[in-house]
Design a protein around this ligand. Sequence first.
Ligand code: DSN
Length: 422
Amino acid sequence: MTPAEPFYGPDFTQLAGQDPEVAQVLLDEVARVRGGLQLIASENFASPAVLAALGSTLTNKYAEGYPGRRYYGGCEVVDRAERIALDRARKLFGADHANVQPHSGASANLAAYAALLQPGDTALAMDLQHGGHLTHGSKVNFSGRWFHVVPYGVRRDSELIDYDEVRDLALRHQPKMIICGATSYPRLIDHAAFRGIADEVGAWLLVDAAHTIGLMAGGAIPSAVPYADVVTFTTHKGLRGPRGGGVLCTEELASLIDRAVFPFTQGGPLMHAVAAKAVAFGEAMRPEFAAYAAAVAANAATLAEGLTAEGMRPVSGGTDTHLALIDLRGLGVSGADAERRCAAAGVTLNRNVIPYDPEPPTVTSGIRVGTPCVTTQGMGVPEMREVASIVVQAIAHPGAVASVIERVKGLTATHPAYPRVD
Ligand code: DSN
C-alpha cells in the first residue's frame, strides 16, 4: 500500500464538518483522558493502528460464519483479517484453537457456558463479592439465572483464594465446570491447583483471563493456556486492543466453542473489531509488549507499596498483577466518597467491594487501582510513587484539591495519553 492510495478510514475533519455535536464528544473524551490519571484497572489506551482498523470500512461487512465458510458473499477480503487474527492469537498464546468473534468478555463467557453446560447444570466460580464477575453466577445475570453456580471465596485472614475450600465445594457439588479468574483479585491464581481439582471431579476448567490476558501475553505472569480447557479473555484491557472478547481452547472443544459463538449466541461478527484484534495481537507479539507487561506489574507493585506507606491497606497485602484493591476503612472514607474525591482531583478510579465488605456495592469500603493506562503513558516506578501520594492526598485531604490537581497536571504534562503529533 502506498500513502497515496485512497483509504476511507478515520477522517475527523469530515465528521467535524458534518456532525459537530458528535465530533465534540470525541474531542472532549480525548481531552478528558489527557487531562487526568486513568487508574481503572480494566481500561487501556488502544494504539492509533488499532483505532485505524476500528474506524474502517470493515464495519460494513456481514460475515456470519467463519473464514471460508460464510453465509454471505464478498467475504474473501474480511476472511483475511480473521485468519490473521486467528493465526496470531494461536501463536501468541500457544493455544490449539482460537475464536476472535465474541463481542465482549461477557459474550465469550456466555459462549463457554453454552458450549460446555446445559441449563440447570452446576458450576463453581468465584463470588462476585470476593472479586469474581457478573458472568460467574450473579443472580442478575444469565449465569446465575440459567445455571446453578456455587460460589467460592477468599479466606478472611489472608484474603487469598482458599484452594481447600474450592476442593471441598467441588467434591460436595460435583460441578460440570469450574471457573477461575477475577476482576478484583490482586494475586496470582494457581491454575495448576484448579486443574487438579477439576480433574479430581471430572469438571471442565474455564479460566476467565479477561483481566490478566495482557500480562500472560507479555510473559509477566504464567499463562493459563496449558491448564485450561477454555480460556476466555477481553482484548481491550491489558492487551491494549479494541473493545471485544475472544476464546482459546483445546482442539477437542474447537467445534463446540465455534458453534457456541456463532450461531448459538451471536450473529454477524464485527469485522472491523476482528481486524483491530489482529493488529493488537501483532503488537502484543513484539518485544516491546513484554517490556510493557512487566512494567504494568512492577508499577502496580510500586503503587500498592506507596499506598501502604501512606497508611492505606492493600487487600491480601499487595499485588502480583496489574491492580491493587485498597481497604479504606482505616481512613473512615467509603469507596464511593474516595471515587468522588479522586475524580475532583483528576484521578479516575472505581469504588470496589472488598472481601467481606459490610457496605453495599453502591458505597463499598474499597477502591480498585490499576496500572495499564499509566504504563501505556510511559510512567514508571518514580511516577507510581507520585501517583500513590496523589491518591492518598486526594482521598484524605479533599480540602487541598487544588494542589493535587497541579500534581496531576505535572504527571500528564510529562507523560501524556495520546501524545499530540503535529
Ligand atoms: N467491568 C470490568 C471490570 O471493570 O473489571 C469487568 O467486566
